[in-house]
Design a protein around this ligand. Structure first.
Ligand SMILES: Nc1nc2c(ncn2[C@@H]2O[C@H](COP(=O)(O)OP(=O)(O)O)[C@@H](O)[C@H]2O)c(=O)[nH]1
Ligand SMILES: [Mg+2]
Length: 230
């Protein structure tokens, strides 16, 4: 089971997969991160691990073209973070985009080790049409869906109010996961990173035996304290 210690012990790149046969052996629970290109996914993963180097942040969107698997934590606490290529990158060739998308969808549909899917959302944009398409294409998820809203430092505080409610309502219409939760962060200011780690710990531990919530009625959950659990 994932613990706070695991986030501070470094990471090991297990694989950068462009094809399904390059996926690593399923050795531990996997937490996957999806999001639009440039939404801040790499910065968020780096902030979660308190590093600058895990998931390469880049000014040029679309650079992450493989599914990257990083192991964190030791022994029974080991978890694998899975960084998907960003979708919605207009300048990537269509054939390449289709190949990434097919790979990611196959991962979501077939990977038994997947314990939690995180959807990283740029606070300034909210749920985009590409997010909608992605979530719809995944269809039925056997695990939880965690919306991680990031770059909230870019919004004036008056705009932050109601943002999570709106995103939650938008996701409620399309997501078909056991539960849908959200957390608000800024990788740049390190806001909400502890709460995001709490959410990853709690939600990744509850895949098995979790209560099944009826379709389109996601349960709302916030992760304000370190001891929160479902
Ligand atoms: N203001 C602000 N900018 C951010 C934040 N996170 C990422 N960025 C910026 O957004 C751009 C894209 O970030 P990156 O992590 O590479 O996004 P990715 O393409 O989703 O992996 C970069 O210029 C980052 O510096 C944040 O929390 N706040
Ligand atoms: Mg990236």
């Amino acid at each position: 089971m994932l613990s706070h210690k695991a986030f501070a012990q470094g990471f090991k790149l297990l694989a950068s997969a462009a094809e399904i046969n390059q996926f690593p052996r399923e050795q531990a629970g996997e937490i996957a991160f999806a999001g639009r290109s440039n939404c801040g996914k790499s910065s968020l993963i780096n902030a979660l691990l308190n590093t600058r180097s895990c998931s390469r942040t880049s000014q040029s969107p679309g650079r992450t073209q493989t599914i990257n698997f990083f192991a964190i934590g030791r022994g029974l606490e080991q978890v694998v973070l899975v960084d998907f290529p960003g979708y919605g990158y207009a300048r990537a060739p269509h054939s390449l985009m289709r190949a990434w998308q097919a790979l990611v969808l196959r991962y979501c549909h077939e990977r038994k080790a997947l314990v939690l899917l995180c959807l990283v959302i740029d606070a300034r944009r909210g749920i985009t049409p590409q997010d909608r398409t992605f979530v719809k294409k995944i269809g039925q998820l056997r695990c939880h869906l965690l919306a991680i809203i990031t770059k909230i430092d870019c919004l004036p505080s008056s705009h932050r109010e109601g943002l999570a409610t709106q995103i939650h309502a938008d996701l409620a219409q399309i997501a078909n996961a056991k539960t849908t939760s959200y957390v608000e962060t800024s990788a740049r200011k390190h806001w909400g990173i502890l709460e995001a780690r709490n959410a990853l710990i709690a939600l990744s531990a509850t895949k098995l035996g979790a209560k099944v919530v009826a379709k389109n009625t996601p349960k709302r959950k916030s992760f304000a304290t370190q001891n929160d659990s479902l």
